[in-house]
Ligand binder design. Structure first.
Ligand code: ADP
Ligand code: ZN
Ligand code: MG
Length: 646
């Protein structure tokens, strides 16, 4: 049981999936396998060596000397201090002498005479030779060389593209869309509406295309561009389009990706990301959702903010460190520009700010057209009508709407998307899918019908409320039923009188239930939350209370407590209780007016409720018929146009 006006959509911010740089994983695995194989072999090698080492018997030198004297030895091989004796009976023995003494000297010390030695063939080999060293050191050196090779390869990869993530903690996580990638490429043609934003960004595109022209004349090029706008308004899309138009690489990273558990990691990621981007200048470096790191510093309590602050500081340092001709332009996006640290907005940093509004009717039609490109539309489709019916939709919502319509058509095995598919999709995007399975029993159905009738009736009678466009008791999402009101214009501003009527309309369900059943259900709880919040905003934000006057009683935005939630407002107790009293007064007054409407038009309420129980959904024309039958003149566009809009 909800009143829905301009669709409030939760944020549906799909991450663009830019591909990682192709990693030549193949080479890496090959190297690793080579290393493993080598380790195995060298382990085997040493056992084999040990086995063969058993061959010649190791004996004391005196033994060899004795054998020479006895004339048993045929040949002696001396390499370094090792002496190998080959015997006449083909056996072999090894021994060692001390290093200083010469071999013959040593033997004569053991009492071997020159004649006895003359019968023995003596071979001296040079043990310092390359072959010797290679054989001894190879098992040690080769793995080390392989490791060094792998390290070198990895570091080259990381510097080269920023894609590698193995072993990379403080490394950049930026994703790259390269200008050669035709499939991923986005240009201004893909961004519908947003004319002002595009006009402002054209200058950046010019610079990226031809930086020399600007530098030669000594023009200072903005280093940072901040895109501001609600979720789904196309900030990410626009940033990519700038890179696409300029034909430069687009590095994108999300603010939250800088933040890790370990202090210092974020800062080092920032450093690396900037380095990567500078290497391929001219380039765009895009920091999405920068509010994740760019919040006002130094207001947190406790140490929870250290990491974020360091990261932010590093960004500031990097941006200051740019040479004017470095031609890396940092773009950032946020939907909370109010919480950003002022240091980020200083000249020389994000001094260009581009605001992206929700699309107006013309823009909506264009956006729908862009997203209808790949989808065959039926002859009855009028995108203008859909655009008219979707005030408050963001670009992402409209893209979603188009997609839902195509899904509906495909499900019903049709080759074309029809107008009816589109209209059904509006409600689906706005409210979530219908839940036909959620069956109300007879009593619940009646209560819901009266509840929605209450909303609808008050909306039709009160002067500044938006007219009703559809009433239904088919549950959608979390709501049991809904009343759709259609603002006749795209409005940027709302007045106090409109708010007051809105609050009365929101109370409609509650008032009707109470009047008919002398009881209230939980179905009204969401209405009450919404209207209370609205009344409070009127008092504390918009200065719409006569008692409290034109002051904003809000806490400073962006103050964080332990790095998390927003601190409660710093209202004095006295003011806080005045605010509460004013909020109550507003709601009470609205309740009185709503009650009056429903009491005077009780017959109409019954008629609407009865129709709802019967047909479950009433569209605008039928609804207006009921009103006219009961002597209420439906609102027309002209009636609303004298609304006190500034
Ligand atoms: P944001 O970053 O502002 O939250 P995105 O740029 O991610 O929004 O937009 C999400 C999607 O919505 C885009 O991929 C695109 O399909 C669609 N979209 C948003 N704005 C527009 C627009 N002006 N023109 C065309 N499509 C849009
Ligand atoms: Zn309700
Ligand atoms: Mg985005």
């Amino acid at each position: 049981m909800e009143t829905k006006e301009t669709p409030k959509k939760e944020k549906k911010d799909k991450k663009e999936k830019a591909p990682k740089i192709p990693e030549s994983q193949g080479i890496l695995t090959q190297l690793l396998i080579a290393l493993a194989v080598f380790l195995l072999i060298s382990a085997g090698y040493s056992t084999v060596k040990e086995y063969f080492a058993k061959g010649p018997e190791d004996v004391p030198l005196s033994q060899i000397a004795a054998d020479v004297r006895a004339g048993l030895v045929a040949e002696l091989t001396i390499s370094g201090n090792t002496i190998e004796g080959r015997y006449k009976d083909e056996s072999e023995k090894v021994s060692r002498k001390e290093s200083e003494a010469s071999f013959t000297e040593t033997l004569s010390n053991y009492g071997v005479s020159a004649e006895q030695l003359a019968g023995v063939k003596i071979i001296v080999t040079d043990q310092g030779g390359a072959r010797y060293w290679f054989l001894t050191l190879a098992p040690l050196l080769i793995p080390v060389l392989l490791l060094v090779g792998i390290m070198w390869y990895l570091s080259r990869q990381m510097r080269g593209g920023g894609g590698m993530q193995a072993f990379t903690f403080g490394r950049s996580l930026a994703r790259l869309v390269s200008p050669e990638d035709e499939q991923q490429k986005v240009t201004f043609k893909d961004v519908a509406g947003a004319r002002e934003a595009k006009a402002e960004l054209t200058e950046i595109v010019d610079f990226l295309k031809n930086p020399k022209k600007f530098i030669q004349i000594g023009a200072r090029i903005p280093k940072g561009v901040l895109l501001m706008g609600g979720p789904g308004t196309g900030k990410t899309l626009l940033a990519r389009a700038v890179a696409g138009e300029g034909g430069v690489p687009f590095y994108s990273i999300s603010g939250s990706e800088f933040v890790e558990m370990f202090v210092g990691v974020g800062a080092s990621r920032v450093r690396d990301t900037f380095q990567v981007a500078k290497k391929s200048a001219p380039a765009i470096l895009f920091i999405d959702e920068i509010d994740a790191i760019g919040r006002i510093r130094g207001t947190g309590v406790g140490g929870g903010n250290d990491e974020r602050e360091q990261t932010l500081n590093q960004i500031l340092v990097e941006m200051d460190g740019f040479e004017p001709n470095e031609s890396v332009i940092v773009m950032a996006a946020t939907n909370r520009p109010d919480v950003l640290d002022p240091a980020l907005l200083r000249p020389g940093r994000f001094d260009r700010r581009v605001m992206i509004d929700l699309p107006d009717r013309r823009d909506r039609e264009e956006i729908l057209t862009v997203h209808a490109r790949q989808k065959p539309l039926g002859p009855d489709v009028k995108l203008g009508v859909i655009a008219e019916r979707t005030p408050g939709f963001s670009g992402a919502d409209l893209a979603n709407l188009m997609n839902e319509a195509a899904i509906l058509a495909a499900r019903e095995d049709r080759k074309e998307v029809t107008q009816y598919d589109l209209i059904r999709s509006i409600e689906k995007v706005m409210l979530g899918p219908e839940r036909r399975s959620h069956v109300l029993n007879k009593k619940e159905k009646e209560i819901t019908a009266y509840h929605e009738a209450g909303h609808a009736l008050i909306a039709s009678v009160l002067k500044y409320a938006d007219p009703v466009h559809k009433v239904s008791i088919i549950s959608r999402g979390r709501a049991a039923g809904y009343t759709l009101k259609l603002p006749l214009d795209d409005r940027r501003m709302q007045s106090k009188l409109e708010f007051l009527d809105d609050i009365a309309v929101s109370l409609g369900g509650y008032i009707a239930e109470k009047m008919i059943y002398n009881d209230v259900t939980t179905g009204a709880s969401n209405d009450l939350q919404v209207l209370t919040a609205l009344a409070r905003d009127m008092v504390t934000k918009y200065g719409m209370s006569d008692k409290l006057g034109p002051m904003a009683y809000e806490a400073q935005p962006g103050r964080t407590l332990f790095g998390a939630g927003i601190e409660p407002g710093e209202l004095s107790q006295e003011v806080a209780s005045q605010v509460d009293a004013e909020v109550k007064a507003i709601v009470t007054e609205a309740h009185k007016r709503g009650l009056e409407v429903i009491t005077t038009h009780r017959k109409v309420l019954d008629a609407i409720a009865k129709a709802l129980v019967e047909v479950e959904t009433i569209e605008r024309e039928e609804f207006e018929k009921i009103l006219i039958a009961n002597g209420i003149v439906p609102k027309k566009k002209e009636d609303i146009e004298h609304q006190p809009l500034v």
